[in-house]
Design a protein around this ligand. Structure first.
Ligand code: HEC
Ligand code: HEC
Length: 241
């Protein structure tokens, strides 16, 4: 099985490099549908207003409940817990997503549920996290993006060759000894829109190993079609939680 992978990898990677070059010469807009502009250009979003008293209370609760894993100032620790103050993460996350993820945790990962804290305490923690925001909140715009209608079989090829290196096969995440989170598990997939996943793949997350798959700093340049293939594949990964 490993031998086979070694043969496929160079072929796919050269394909990747080629498609990256093509995009530079070939105007992106000419080859693509109208969704590309809305998906790739940065939306304006809503400014973030924080109640400082609530955020202060949230900081105490954070230090009691979360700091052990997510670290001081929620900067995260690779392979252990993700950053919660990363600017792309905060800007793309809705309150619903944050509240729900903290309440329910992510079954089958190291993220425990905190439903015992009750809604108002979890809201205070979210206010503390939001106080680190450097960008407007674009979650409403990103969540309104169209769902992916890609080819899951092609998506699996891309996923196995590129994403599994950090997210584990089937997106098992840290439990598979990986540095990326469990993006193949229901605890993540059931709470995010295809737009959230798409935006994260395109833009990555600054100061983490998730560099993004578009532009000069990209790990590789994936087309919109390839990204939607990957999202469609993720939606078919059987939940093992
Ligand atoms: C070099 C390692 C690496 C590669 C390759 C990589 N990722 Fe990531 N990814 C990460 C890390 C690390 C994070 C979490 C960053 C953090 O700490 O906030 C992440 C986060 C994400 C998230 C957000 C998950 C969450 O829990 O909110 C998505 C979605 C994602 N990656 C998709 C992908 C896809 C799809 C691919 C392949 C096209 C990919 N990644 C390739 C390292 C990687
Ligand atoms: C025992 C360790 C641990 C504790 C304690 C913990 N977390 Fe987590 N958290 C994790 C791990 C591990 C993940 C990533 C799970 C995965 O692979 O999807 C995570 C993921 C998250 C995510 C999703 C991040 C993303 O990139 O999508 C949020 C939000 C979060 N945690 C908030 C909190 C908050 C708030 C607290 C405290 C109330 C907390 N966590 C306590 C380990 C922990």
């Amino acid at each position: 099985m490993n031998k086979k992978r070694h043969l496929i990898l160079p072929i796919l990677l050269s394909g990747l490099l080629l498609s990256g070059c093509n995009q530079k010469t070939d105007e992106k807009s000419s080859a693509s549908s109208s969704t590309e502009t809305s998906v790739r250009s940065e939306p304006v979003g809503t400014p973030v207003n924080i109640d400082p008293v609530l955020a202060k209370k949230g900081e105490e609760l954070y230090n009691q409940n979360c700091v052990f894993c997510h670290q001081a100032d929620a900067i995260g620790k690779p392979g252990f817990a993700p950053s919660l103050t990363n600017k792309e993460f905060l800007s793309v996350s809705s309150d619903k997503f944050l509240l729900g993820t903290i309440r329910d945790g992510r079954p089958g990962t190291g993220m425990p549920p905190f439903s015992h804290l009750g809604r108002s305490q979890v809201e205070a923690i979210v206010a503390f996290l939001r106080a680190h925001s450097k960008e407007a909140n674009i979650s409403a715009i990103v969540d309104a993006q169209p769902d992916a209608h890609g080819d899951p079989r092609l998506g699996k090829l891309w996923f196995d060759q590129i994403c599994s290196t950090c997210h584990g096969f089937d997106g098992d995440g840290y439990s598979a000894g990986s540095t990326g989170t469990a993006i193949g598990k229901a605890g993540f997939l059931n709470k995010v829109s295809d737009g959230f996943i798409r935006h994260t793949i395109v833009n990555g997350r600054t100061d983490t190993r998730m560099l993004g798959f578009s532009g000069p700093a990209a790990m590789a340049n994936l087309t919109d079609k390839e990204i939607d293939d990957i999202i469609s594949y993720l939606r078919t990964v059987p939940s093992k939680d």
